[in-house]
Design a protein around this ligand. Structure first.
Ligand code: DP6
Length: 348
């Protein structure tokens, strides 16, 4: 008998960024963060988990990612497997009639529906889908917040992909990480006009991984202290308020300023880390020009650990924002490819 469960998890893009770990082993952050979940019809990971007593024990756990064998030996993947197995083993110990799934090798098959060439970090959706697929396979009675504790150990940002809509990752202060988990600030339906477009500047893999980049920032940046003590707590509060009140102008300004603050701490890292390039900066100027022309804030940019822009706007401003972006950026070399690969997404 083969036991099987399938699930999908969405991509999320932070509007208040996670950057810095206080515990690298448990993946505990130095600040809380908040993200917007993108529509799964555009961007998601689909994962199927199966296990069987007939799978040879010698093969161990395995993962096929986008059709190719991938490594599961990494400490973070192992941490997720270990936690999920321990939860299952506890259920089996309490009810001996349950099949001993915890003793069987697990096979995972995982696929992204967005091109790897989109240059989007997929670890968030990937680990969220991995954790939920195995939790479903094991029939664990765990809430999304409980699963977020496990997904966090795979990749920090993954804990925010267990929910739709607007999601906060509360940093917590317990040394064992038991209070460092995600919760939903608002459903997507709370603000149905919200849209995002991903402008692909480069599909190349980022130079400095977020994991090592943030470690270097924590170790060397003085600006980082100001960010985690003052800037982020203020941004988290203003962001939650702007979402509750559906105040796009406030939402947009906090989003842009938090992205700028994050990239400033990267530049303040020694040696400095540059994720944005000239084309990214052209996108910032284009968004500023759109907002100036509108006489109010109708578009917000944000950049993760790479040069691609995510632009947030409201549905009724699609022409003013996306139309203008394509027209202005289309004249810049680096954007020819960008505009054809861009992904329009609703929030879900
Ligand atoms: C800039 O979640 O990829 O996208 O926990 O080391 O796996 P690890 O880092 P990761 O970092 C994401 C950083 C970011 C900001 C964010 O998503 O909040």
């Amino acid at each position: 008998k083969v036991y099987r469960a399938s699930t999908t998890a969405p991509v999320n893009i932070a509007v208040v960024k996670y950057w810095g770990k206080r515990d690298a082993k448990l993946n505990l952050p130095t600040n809380s963060s908040l993200s917007v979940t993108l529509s799964q019809s555009d961007l998601r990971t689909l994962t199927t988990a199966s296990c069987s007593a007939s799978y040879p024990a010698s093969e161990g756990d395995s993962l096929i990612l986008n059709g190719e064998a991938a490594d599961v030996a990494g400490a973070r993947t192992q941490a997720c497997f270990r936690e999920l197995r321990a939860h299952r083993a506890a259920l089996e110990a309490a009810d001996p009639s349950l099949p001993k799934l915890s003793a069987m090798p697990v096979r995972l098959v995982s696929e992204n529906n967005f091109p790897t060439a989109a240059g989007l970090a997929s670890s968030a959706a990937g680990f969220a889908a991995l954790v939920r697929a195995i939790a479903d396979l094991y029939e664990l009675p765990a809430s999304p917040s409980e699963l977020s504790l496990i997904a966090r150990q795979g990749s920090g940002s993954a804990c925010r992909s267990l929910f739709g809509g607007y999601v906060a990752w509360r940093m917590g202060d317990a040394a064992d990480g038991s209070d460092s988990l995600a919760d939903q600030v608002a459903e997507a339906s709370h603000w149905p006009e919200m849209r995002a477009v991903v402008l692909v500047v480069s599909a190349a893999k980022k130079g400095v991984s977020s994991t090592s980049g943030m470690q270097q920032t924590v170790a060397t940046s003085g600006l980082f202290q100001e960010r985690i003590t003052n800037v982020v707590p203020r941004n988290m509060e203003a962001m939650e308020k702007s979402i509750k009140e559906r105040d796009f102008s406030a939402f947009a300004q906090v989003t842009m300023r938090d992205s700028n603050s994050f990239h400033a701490t990267c530049a303040d890292t020694y040696p400095p880390i540059f994720y944005m390039n000239d084309v990214s900066r052209a996108a910032i100027r284009a968004v500023e020009a759109i907002n100036t022309a509108a006489g109010r804030t109708v578009a917000a940019y944000t950049f993760d650990a790479g040069p691609n822009a995510v632009i947030y706007y409201l549905e009724k401003e699609t022409e003013a924002v996306v139309g203008t972006l394509y027209r202005t950026l289309g004249e810049i070399d680096g954007w020819k490819a960008a505009t054809t690969q861009s992904l329009n997404s609703s929030v879900s």
